[in-house]
Design a protein around this ligand. Structure first.
Ligand code: ADP
Ligand code: MG
Length: 260
């Protein structure tokens, strides 16, 4: 791992990240720094590149230019003699394990119980001790308020409950960074709060988080920083209260006037 002095206080660093799909340039030079323990909220209209950017952070998408570091480690590549060499699949998989991701759709394994869903990755991917994993999974389910559902199947749970299981499942790998991509967008309005509460609890506990969300209240209350993306660039960033309360850019103003 290459840790240099200027990166030690940064959990995530994106330098001039570019990403294209064919001739469509989706990310046009994204810069971002997220410090350990910070919650960074990402706002922006549909199609602005938010999901693509999150996917680049754990190398689900390969970037075309720039650099992404997580905890000082260059993601997806090794730099040698000024050149980038892509990491082997196994090395990429190892980097990904440290990064939890929660999507809009919960993607739980339908044929496994809640408990089995949470235990699956530590058992199969990390080959950890079953007893320890079971204990940790039970504690995580307690934490997201779902101990009573541990033997149920995902299909027997509400959307909000499923999303809380998805969060517990990601946490079971003990990630140092959590990425959330519109985690409440697919939920009925009355179920949004219970998922945001779990995320708030996680933030209070010191987890570093990047959260793509349209929940302005959450961004204002829980976010340490906010970036507004449009057309593949960061249009504006700063403390959430300032950006939301007093946006400087026309595009930010136009977007906020629609969602507030
Ligand atoms: P957001 O999450 O902000 O709504 P996305 O990152 O999903 O935006 O998408 C940004 C743009 O990239 C969109 O125009 C989308 O159609 C395009 N895009 C995303 N993924 C792919 C892909 N795998 N292939 C081609 N185009 C894609
Ligand atoms: Mg998206």
């Amino acid at each position: 791992m290459t840790v240099t002095d200027d990166k030690t206080a940064e959990m995530v660093r994106a330098d001039n990240v570019h990403k294209s799909f064919g001739s469509l340039e989706v990310l046009k030079g994204i810069d971002l720094v997220v410090k350990p323990g910070e919650v960074c909220c990402v706002l922006g209209p549909s199609g602005s590149g938010k999901s693509t950017f999150l996917r680049c952070i754990n190398h689900l998408e390969k970037i075309n230019a720039g650099r992404i570091f997580v905890d000082g480690e260059l993601i997806g590549y090794r730099e040698r003699g000024g050149k980038l060499h892509e990491l082997r699949d196994r090395e990429v998989a190892e980097q990904r394990r440290a990064i939890g991701m929660v999507f809009q759709r919960f993607n739980l394994f339908p044929h496994m119980t809640v408990m089995q869903n949470v235990m699956e990755a530590p058992l199969r991917v990390k080959r950890e001790n079953r007893g320890e994993v079971r204990e940790r999974a039970a504690a995580l389910l307690e934490r997201v308020g779902l101990s009573a559902k541990k033997d149920n199947y995902p299909g027997q749970l509400s959307g909000g409950q499923q999303q809380r299981v998805a969060i517990a499942r990601a946490l079971a790998m003990r990630p140092k960074l959590m990425l959330f991509d519109e985690p409440t967008s697919a939920l009925d309005p009355e179920l949004v709060g219970e998922v945001l509460d779990v995320m708030k609890d996680l933030a209070r506990d010191g987890m570093t988080m990047i959260v793509v969300t349209h929940e302005i209240g959450f961004a204002r209350e829980v976010g340490d920083s906010l970036i507004f993306m449009d057309g593949g660039v960061v249009v504006e960033q700063g403390p959430p209260r300032e950006v939301i309360g007093n946006p400087q850019q026309e595009r930010t103003k136009a977007f906020l006037s629609k969602v507030l």
